[in-house]
Design a protein around this ligand. Structure first.
Ligand SMILES: O=C(O)/C=C(\C=C(/O)C(=O)O)C(=O)O
Length: 305
């Protein structure tokens, strides 16, 4: 079955540079996806976009090129609740990949157990309206209570403006919570302004809340260009991500977000994204926690002590 990419789709960057920043041994790319390939793993009928294919082999080649040791493969919305492509990537990784699935309340205990056996360790609740249709909160809470039995956590993806309305639901979740991309702050607003202060309050008051300090390429208005040494790539995102790393060094993780769905104005060189890390995690200890200790505790707890 042939799938036509969404008009204007930007394919992932084919010639990533070697990062200048040397990742610590055992580093985990804790947020990435696989897309299809569509002829083997068809895209979901309910999807809001149709991507290019982006295979497990290409993901793992990028892992090795950048210097990561492991991946956390997050179910992409273009596959809906059909987790086969993501699970196939986990099973093919030789134990080097864990996953985050999307499930409906109709998922059976046998299906959850099979996903757990394959390496799934979380479910994703997506509230970004351009990506998914609404799911009733009672269904999501029921799913969270069921997956708690497997020790899984809940990954949440939302827009910062929606946090006030979602606050009560999020703070009632019984599991660990991992926030995608810091809850997508508007980086044109002050880092100590009311919008981001609410997100910091969310993490400060709820010790079960973690954040991915990821996707400067999605959040930045200043863009990818470092202007004659006076400005770093994605300069305007640095204060937000650095604040979260500085205040919550034990509850942050990082990922490439390869193959970068739905970007409109540029496609980042993944090697340069890795070089962004030392600007937000400025000490070796912060870098080790962000890239190794924290993702290992969350996704490979049996290997940590
Ligand atoms: O890849 C991301 O984390 C961000 C996006 C897409 C998805 O997460 C997805 O489709 O599952 C987005 O902002 O479009």
């Amino acid at each position: 079955m042939e799938f036509q990419k969404t008009p204007g789709w930007m394919d992932w960057y084919t010639g990533p540079s070697k990062p200048k920043f040397k990742l610590p041994a055992g580093a985990v790319d804790a947020h990435c996806h696989v897309f299809g390939p569509g002829h083997e793993f068809p895209y979901a009928p309910e999807r809001k976009y149709t991507p290019c294919d982006a295979s497990k082999a290409q993901l793992y080649a990028l892992r090795d090129h950048l210097g990561f040791a492991r991946n956390v493969v997050v179910q992409a919305t273009c596959h809906g609740a059909d987790n086969r492509a993501m699970v196939d990537a986990l099973v093919s990784s030789g134990g080097k990949a864990r996953g985050v699935a999307t499930v409906k309340r109709s998922v059976t205990d046998e299906e959850l157990q099979a996903m757990h056996d394959a390496g799934v360790r979380g479910v994703r609740f997506n509230f970004v309206k351009r990506l998914v249709d609404f799911t009733p909160k009672d269904e999501l809470l029921e799913i969270a209570k069921r997956v708690q039995m497997y020790g899984w956590h809940v990954v949440i993806y939302f827009e910062a403006v929606d946090l006030p309305e979602l606050w009560d639901f999020f703070t009632a979740l019984p599991t660990n919570i991992v926030v995608d991309h810091m809850g997508r702050p508007d980086v044109t607003k002050p880092v100590d302004g009311p919008e981001f202060e609410l997100f910091v309050k969310f993490m400060r008051e709820h010790k079960n809340v973690w954040s991915k300090v990821t996707c400067p390429e999605r959040l930045s208005v200043s863009g990818p260009k470092a202007l004659n040494g006076e400005q770093n790539a994605y300069q305007d995102v640095i204060p937000f991500a650095k604040r979260i790393v500085d205040e919550f060094p034990d509850r942050v993780i990082w990922g490439t977000d390869w193959p970068h769905p739905n970007l409109k104005d540029h496609m980042p060189d993944d090697g340069l994204l890795v070089d962004f890390i030392p600007h937000i995690a400025t000490t070796e200890e912060q870098q080790r926690k962000l890239l190794v200790d924290n993702p290992m505790r969350l996704y490979w707890p049996e290997e940590t002590f």
